[in-house]
Design a protein around this ligand. Structure first.
Ligand code: SF4
Ligand code: SF4
Length: 254
C-alpha cells in the first residue's frame, strides 16, 4: 500500500506502533519512517539512546520503546516530518498527539482545528494545547493536539479550518446552525447572552450544554478574546427539565 499510495496502511504501521502496555505508561515516539534512505538525524539527536545505532546510513530507525520518554527532540530534527509523539495518558478520553508543522500561520494555543489522517482526510475536531517553536527546533514547530483517544494513531496532520461547517447544527434543541451564529457575530452580537436571546441557541431543554462552548469559541475567533474571558450565558432555573407534576407536588422527587 505504501509503495502505491505513499500512505502507510495498518500492516505497515504494525512495526512502528508500540504495544498497548507501553502506550499506557506515557508519551512515546511513533517513527513512521518506512523507506531506506541515507538519513539519521533522529538517531544522532536522541540523547537517551532510544534509537538503535545505525550500522548503515540507509537503515530504518529502530526505537526502543522502553528507553524513549517522548521528549520530542527527534520530532523537529527529522527532515521527513516522520516522527510523532503520542501520549495516551493525557486524559481519560483524549490523547495528546505532537505533530511537526511547517506551514504558516501557526495555529493558536487554545483554538480548535481539524485533525486529519495520513491521507489528509478530516477526522475530528482537535484542540491546540501547545505550540512549541523555540530556535533550536530550526523552524520546525511542534503542535500538540488533544484528540479523541481512539484516534491517537489516526490523526497525523491538521488544518486550521474548523471541522464544523456553516450548516452544522450546534443547538439541537432549537435547531440553530453554526452559520446562523457566525452571521450574528458578523452583525455585531459579541456576547453569548445576546446570541442566545436572538437565535434561541441554548434556550432548549439542555440549557446550552453543547452550543455554549461552541458559541464562545466563535466569539473568541472573531474578537481575539481568550475563551476564559468570555462570559457564559445566564442560567435560569430549572437547570434540568422537570415535569410540571413535580412542581405541583404531585410526584415525589427521588
Ligand atoms: S522522543 Fe526523545 S527519547 Fe524518544 S526517540 Fe525521540 S529524542 Fe529519543
Ligand atoms: S530523521 Fe526522520 S527521515 Fe531521517 S531516518 Fe530518522 S525518522 Fe527517517
Amino acid at each position: 500500500m505504501l509503495k502505491s499510495t505513499g500512505i502507510p496502511n495498518e500492516k505497515d504501521l504494525e512495526s512502528v506502533i508500540p504495544p498497548k502496555e507501553r502506550l499506557a505508561k506515557g508519551p512515546v515516539a511513533i517513527i513512521e519512517c518506512f523507506e531506506k534512505i541515507p538519513c539519521n538525524p533522529c538517531y544522532t539527536h536522541c540523547a537517551r539512546g532510544a534509537i538503535k545505532e545505525f550500522e548503515d546510513i540507509n537503515d530504518r530507525p529502530q526505537l526502543n520503546y522502553d528507553i524513549c520518554n517522548g521528549c520530542s527532540i527527534c520530532v523537529s530534527h527529522c527532515p521527513g516530518l516522520a516522527i510523532f509523539i503520542v501520549d495516551e495518558t493525557y486524559s481519560d478520553t483524549e490523547a495528546l498527539v505532537k505533530i511537526p508543522y511547517e506551514l504558516l500561520p501557526l495555529p493558536v494555543e487554545g483554538s480548535f482545528v481539524t485533525g486529519m489522517d495520513r491521507g489528509g482526510k478530516p477526522i475530528c475536531r482537535a484542540k491546540v494545547v501547545k505550540v512549541q517553536n523555540p530556535k533550536f527546533q530550526d523552524k520546525t514547530p511542534i503542535i500538540s493536539l488533544a484528540v479523541p483517544k481512539e484516534l491517537s494513531m489516526v490523526v497525523r496532520f491538521l488544518s486550521l479550518e474548523d471541522y464544523y461547517s456553516d450548516s452544522t447544527i450546534i443547538c439541537r434543541c432549537e435547531e440553530v446552525t453554526l452559520g446562523e451564529v457566525r452571521e450574528l457575530i458578523r452583525k455585531g452580537y459579541k456576547t453569548v447572552e445576546e446570541i442566545k436571546r436572538i437565535s434561541r441557541c441554548g434556550m432548549g431543554p439542555c440549557q446550552g450544554r453543547t452550543c455554549q462552548q461552541l458559541i464562545m469559541e466563535e466569539i473568541a475567533k472573531a474578537t481575539g478574546e481568550r475563551i476564559e474571558d468570555i462570559k457564559v450565558h445566564n442560567y435560569r432555573p430549572p437547570i434540568l427539565p422537570i415535569k410540571l407534576g413535580r412542581i405541583n407536588g404531585g410526584e415525589k422527587n427521588e
